[in-house]
Design a protein around this ligand. Structure first.
Ligand code: MLT
Length: 278
């Protein structure tokens, strides 16, 4: 997939920009991935709309400037990318850490959000135990590189079904994660540990919203996803049978079908009516 870049003065941010149409879908990857996470979604969506998928700072081909690394900064990077591309409003979608960025984008730039896709993510902040685990992993990445982090995380990402039936998904994730810059891994871990509590936002989300997750996700369990998803007025909450934490790669056909159905209104606008308009 061709990568393009913007230079926002302090850094170079790479992104994929494919397709055309009145609707733009922005896809924000999780940790510690790249825009390639969306490989099965980009061509499917690009038949109907414009798809923009950034490499978050420090990941893929985007630079990691010596600046504070926060989830808010990542959301602002996405806003600056949209500015550079002349895109006023878009469906903002994110998986896991990308979902944290999507919540923050809604908080900071809500007039630019036409609809939300929240995949395999959660609105609540880290517990104290989770925070100290992040610190431990960040230290590990800085001391020993990405590999021990990959070894620790990878077994938690996929369902047993995916591991048994689709070893190529595990290989692809291993490669993507193994190539991540250990400094970016450490920075993103500490940013996630310090992220805001997005739960107060849920009742304020007055836009078409698709919440999706895997039934076998051990990191963002299905029951919790259903529970917080219901707190977003009118949100559509969908669980993908047999998928783990990376549901878009594990069951791409099911994930794409949900997303395309969500985008099913005329001109690719989300069909779900509530209060937002594209
Ligand atoms: C992700 O997939 O982005 C991470 O699992 C998110 C997290 O560690 O909270």
């Amino acid at each position: 997939m061709p990568l393009q870049e913007i230079d926002s003065g302090a850094m170079r941010l790479n992104y994929q920009d494919v397709g055309a149409g009145p609707t733009t879908v922005v896809l924000i990857h999780g940790f510690p991935f790249t825009s390639d996470l969306w490989r099965p979604q980009i061509p499917a969506l690009a038949e109907r709309c414009r798809v923009v998928a950034p490499d978050l700072r420090g990941f893929g081909a985007s630079q990691l400037p010596a600046q504070p690394y926060t989830i808010a900064r990542l959301a602002d990077d996405v806003a600056e990318l949209l500015d550079a591309l002349g895109i006023r409003r878009a469906l903002i979608g994110g998986l896991s850490m990308g979902g944290y960025v999507a919540f923050e984008f809604f908080q900071r730039h809500r007039q630019r959000v036409a609809a939300l896709l929240l995949a395999d993510t959660r609105p609540d902040p880290d517990s104290p135990e989770a925070r100290s685990n992040r610190t431990r992993m960040a230290e590990l990445a800085r001391a020993e590189g990405s590999q021990p982090v990959v070894d620790e995380l990878l077994p938690k990402l996929l369902s047993a079904w995916t591991r048994a039936q689709k070893p190529e998904v595990e290989r692809a994730l291993r490669d993507m994660m193994g190539a991540a810059d250990p400094e970016a891994i450490a920075a993103a871990l500490m940013a996630m540990a310090a992220r805001a509590d997005s739960r107060p936002l849920l009742p304020q989300i007055d836009l078409p919203t698709l919440v999706v997750g895997g039934t076998e996700d051990s990191l963002t369990p299905a029951e919790q996803l259903r529970e917080w998803g219901r707190r977003i007025p009118g949100a559509r909450v969908e669980l993908i049978e047999g998928a783990g934490h990376v549901s878009n790669l594990e069951r791409p056909d099911a994930f794409n079908a949900l997303l395309l159905d969500f985008l099913g209104g005329p001109g690719g606008a989300p069909a779900q009516p509530p209060r937002g308009t594209l």
